[in-house]
Write a protein that binds this ligand. Structure first.
Ligand code: TRP
Length: 328
């Protein structure tokens, strides 16, 4: 079947993926393969902008690769590669930086957040983060970019940069990408407060053992208003219930929804059921991941092949870009 266009997305190599990464991005990446030509990139150069992401960069990239492949990325059709393996992106980043007003970058809400989080490491690369992200996207002439809503300012920036470039050099070489945000449940961490994230250590890893998973799930904070076992609960504000809706069979979700509201089921029991269902749902993923982890050479070869295919597209775009800007 003819595909509808090219999808591109980048994911940071933060090590083993957790439920938030999966439901927020990876699950959608897998689904998009049915209808689009997909290019997925593990953005190791972006990771260099913040110190904590630089730690164990090789290992973290490997872990993320295992997770993506085990979750169902199909490298025979989809191009899966590591950003630094296609150096053309840094060349395009430099060229795009020439049509980027500095104030536009420092005004971005995402930049201001980063400055707040890393006041002692506001490096030049951090300011240019969205320019590199734009280079990622346009190097592959991507039509659609699946990202979370937090990335909306970066996508808008990318679109504006494409317009500035094409206008300045009177060309149509670069394509304005569209943002594609999927309907995803908001996944909070086990604290029930903050977004699930590795740095807050409130996450549940896809690749955890069933026992580790159970322990993490049992620590999850449920409806904060429900204190005693006999208090009725409210599933609408319970993070465990949000996840039941994804991983638990429908009839059981309905039962929990009804019973929780009349204190028919307690939080401990509810979490035990969730841990069981989650472990069942993740079983095929974990088996496939273990298989891949035993074959590191195959995984490396897969990434090499992805990089080779990515470079072919990237070099063709760069030839057009160099001609458009009239580099001698
Ligand atoms: N900035 C994105 C994030 O933090 C990662 C990213 C880098 C990306 N390059 C990209 C996403 C290109 C989409 C397209 O999640």
């Amino acid at each position: 079947m003819a595909k509808k266009g090219r999808v591109f997305s980048g994911i940071r190599p933060t090590g083993r993926a957790h439920l938030g990464n999966y439901l927020g991005a990876i699950k959608n990446y897998v689904a998009l393969q049915d209808n689009y030509d997909c290019v997925y990139c593990i953005v190791d150069i972006h990771a260099l902008t913040t110190v904590e992401d630089t730690l164990n960069l090789k290992q973290n990239t490997h872990e993320m690769t295992l997770d993506l492949l085990a979750a169902g990325i199909r490298p025979e059709e989809t191009i899966l590669f590591v950003q630094s393996h296609v150096p053309q992106v840094t060349e395009l980043h430099t060229i795009l930086s020439m049509v980027t007003p500095l104030g536009k970058l420092t005004d971005l809400p995402t930049f201001k957040d980063m400055v707040r989080q890393h006041p002692n490491n506001v490096n030049y690369g951090l300011v240019g983060y969205p320019v590199l992200m734009t280079a990622d996207i346009v190097l592959y002439k991507s039509d659609l970019v699946p990202v979370g809503v937090d990335q909306a300012p970066h996508l808008e920036f990318a679109r504006e940069t494409v317009r500035s470039f094409n206008h300045r050099y009177q060309t149509k070489v670069l394509i304005e990408p569209q943002m594609k945000s999927a309907e995803v449940p908001k996944v909070l961490g086990i604290d029930g407060k903050e977004k699930m994230s590795k740095s807050l250590d409130n996450h549940i890893e896809l690749a955890a053992t069933p026992e580790e998973t159970r322990q993490r799930v049992m620590q999850m904070v449920t409806d904060p208003q429900r204190i005693k076992r006999s208090d009725p609960g409210n599933p609408d504000v319970c993070n465990v219930f949000t996840l039941h809706k994804v991983f638990t069979p429908k009839e059981d979700v309905e039962m929990i929804n009804v019973e929780c509201r009349k204190a028919g089921i307690g939080c401990v029991d509810c979490k035990k059921r969730f841990a069981e269902n989650l472990n069942i749902a993740l079983e095929p993923f974990r088996a496939k991941r273990a298989e891949l982890a035993a074959k590191p050479d195959l995984v490396a070869a897969t990434l090499n092949d992805g990089a080779r295919r990515a470079r072919a597209i990237a070099e063709k775009t760069m030839e057009e870009v160099r001609a458009a800007v009239q580099l001698p």
